[in-house]
Design a protein around this ligand. Structure first.
Ligand code: HEM
Ligand SMILES: [Cu+2]
Length: 589
């Protein structure tokens, strides 16, 4: 890895890149603030502790919360991290600052349009709303501006990826024989996964949802838009997670006082995520009619394979942190934990985020099991689960990472480490309350996505504790989480208003204990991995999609007859693929 030492700070070396990263972070943090405020409103409203909105507006708030946090905050922040990682690990600026500003501008315009459409839902006379939730598939319909904004946002991310690939190409010309620096490798594999998976949502938005919301077509095939959404909806999970992994693999060991345990293992993990992220989306559709059980079973099996890279990560990251603790004098089987730098909010935040991710992994296994999923489907268990994963493993890592990254791109020291420490601990405690209670409420059958979870003449029962106590925990947890975001934004704001410092933070990243030299070069063969990933996607999706189009009333649903040529084409693809599959099966079995 390239190094940056005293006087040679990122912001001095790469001022244009620092400006791009600051802009990305700024938009991410504004979204985080608004989204967290909406989260507080929801947590207090559905527990009936305090109500400021009308229940009819709940979906507007919930859509704002989901879109601003899970799409805008996470993706803007990760674009900043990736821009930083590529510039520092290739040790070169982007090819064109103008091009970088173009993607920032396009993504920002798209995000603003989508947000305006959502907020329009609060003003009934406006005739504009987008109460379709962050999963935006049919039959819920939004104002066209919402979909157009989303499309611009996604195209913006494609351009950002192109920016990083162009940097890499220029670097490669000057370094024909070197291994791809690890951080750039992580960014490129993640972006290849993103290109493959966003194709699904792009098709859904451009060919179906935009024409439908503009009235150009009368109907859509809802199952098709759902399937195209989830084709992208699972990989987006890894799009959120990979920047957190990037920080856990390459920054956390350093903060712990050590070095990454193994560079090749990290590469293997990112390749596995590239291959396995996309052919599993149907695991979000276990309860959808119209998809054969067999396809759901295949999706479940593929999902279980994803445990492998997750466990490899847990092993590598913990081993690296333990190495750090032992470098700092830690001893014993577990006593070394005490030697870690727990006063550093960047370290503690990331470590707590990783610990919560383990819990999220366990509840995720239950979601992933086809039969046991029926127990918790669409209950509060599900938000309980993903507030541990994207809501903590990712969001808390991003906030903690900011305490180390923001000084690098602003040239200013962190305003307050104690406030930072309080903030990350508050997030952890708040999430223990809110998420645990949500999981338990889900087991009791309380539904998600509703302002009024109670039913008339019906009492939810819990095996231990009471529904009242669960409601209090959700409201209390949500309040602590919101206050934690306020502290975070306050600390970052005062940091950026502070005085410039010669050495705002120790940004040096040491080499891994085991470098890439001994590992097979094939790991760096991005073209080959892309090819394999594409083949897996075709295998996983061709038959289910053909079935959905045929059984769901064609490409555009029941309302419109499918043009004869299209349906003949689908028939042809279906019979060819089925017979090819049968032949292949005959050879294998
Ligand atoms: C201040 C912190 C937060 C609070 C108080 C909070 C609270 C909530 C609550 C109560 C729900 C469930 C609403 C329902 O199903 O009726 C929810 C849903 C959700 N939250 Fe959060 N949350 C917070 C932070 C986050 C973060 C950081 C993320 C992601 C980065 C996130 C992503 C989501 C998503 C995607 C949903 C599902 C929306 C839907 O069902 O369409 N939340 N949140
Ligand atoms: Cu998934």
């Amino acid at each position: 890895m390239a190094t940056a030492s005293g006087g040679d700070e990122f912001v001095d070396k790469f001022p244009d890149e620092a400006a791009i990263i600051k802009a990305s972070f700024l938009i991410a943090f504004v979204s985080l603030g608004i989204g967290a405020f909406f989260g507080l409103i929801q947590a207090l409203h559905r527990t009936n502790v305090f109500r400021v909105i009308d229940s009819a507006d709940y979906y507007t708030v919930l859509t704002g919360h989901g879109v601003l946090l899970a799409i805008v905050f996470t993706i803007f922040f990760l674009c900043g991290v990736f821009h930083w990682a590529v510039a520092r690990s290739l040790d070169r600026p982007a090819e064109s600052a103008l091009f970088s500003w173009a993607w920032v501008g396009l993504m920002t315009t798209g995000a603003v349009l989508a947000t305006v459409a959502i907020l329009g839902g609060f003003v009934p006379n406006l005739g504009m709303s987008a109460d379709v939730l962050f999963t935006f598939y049919a039959p819920l319909q939004a104002h066209p501006i919402f979909y157009i904004g989303l499309a611009m946002f996604i195209v913006g991310t494609w351009l950002a990826g192109a920016d990083w690939f162009l940097s890499y190409r220029a670097w490669r010309q000057e370094h024909p024989d070197e291994r791809i620096p690890l951080q750039t490798f992580m960014v490129l594999t993640t972006m290849i996964m993103w290109y493959i998976s966003t194709l699904g949502v792009a098709v859904s938005v451009v060919f179906f949802l935009i024409p439908w919301s503009l009235g150009l077509i009368e109907s859509v095939n809802p199952l098709l838009t759902r399937t195209l959404f989830w084709y992208f909806g699972h990989p987006i999970v890894y799009f959120w997670l990979m920047p957190a992994y990037l920080l856990w693999y390459t920054v956390l060991p350093k903060l712990a006082g050590g070095r990454l345990f193994s560079d090749p293992l990290a590469r293997v993990v990112f390749v596995l995520f590239l291959l396995l992220s996309t052919p599993v989306g149907i695991h979000h559709q276990y309860l959808d009619p119209g998809i054969a059980e067999g396809f759901k079973f295949i999706a479940m099996t593929n999902t279980m394979f994803l445990l492998l890279p997750s466990l490899l990560t847990a092993f590598t990251v913990v081993a690296s942190v333990e190495h750090g603790a032992r470098q700092r004098g830690g001893e014993g089987y577990l006593r070394w934990l005490g030697a870690l730098p727990w006063r550093d909010p960047a370290f503690t935040g990331m470590a707590l985020a990783g610990a919560m991710f383990a819990a999220g992994g366990f509840s995720g296994m239950i979601n992933a099991g086809m039969n046991i999923n029926y127990l918790i489907h669409n209950t509060l268990w599900v938000p309980g689960h993903f507030h541990l994963t994207v809501g903590t493993a990712v969001a808390l890592t991003m906030m903690a990472g900011s305490y180390w990254l923001v000084p690098q791109v602003t040239g200013r020291k962190l305003y307050s480490r104690p406030i930072g420490l309080l903030q990350v601990i508050m997030w952890f405690v708040g999430m223990v309350f809110m998420s645990n209670a949500m999981h338990r409420a889900g087991l009791a059958g309380i539904p998600r996505r509703t302002a009024e979870p109670q039913y008339q003449n019906f009492e939810f029962l819990t095996p231990i504790g009471s529904i009242f106590e669960l409601r209090v925990q959700i409201a209390l947890g949500g309040t602590l989480l919101f206050l934690s975001v306020v502290l975070f934004l306050f600390n970052i704001l005062l940091t950026s208003l502070g005085e410039e410092s010669d050495r705002p933070v120790d940004s040096y990243l040491p080499e891994p204990l085991s470098g890439p030299e001994g590992s097979p070069r094939i790991l760096d063969n991005l073209t080959m991995w892309t090819g394999i990933a594409a083949v897996l996607v075709v295998l996983a999706y061709t038959l289910p999609l053909a079935g959905i189009i045929q059984n769901g009333g064609g490409l555009f649903g029941g309302g419109l007859p499918v043009p004869a040529t299209v349906s003949a084409g689908v028939d042809l693809v279906l019979t060819t693929v089925t017979s090819a599959f049968n032949t292949l099966w005959g050879v294998v079995a």
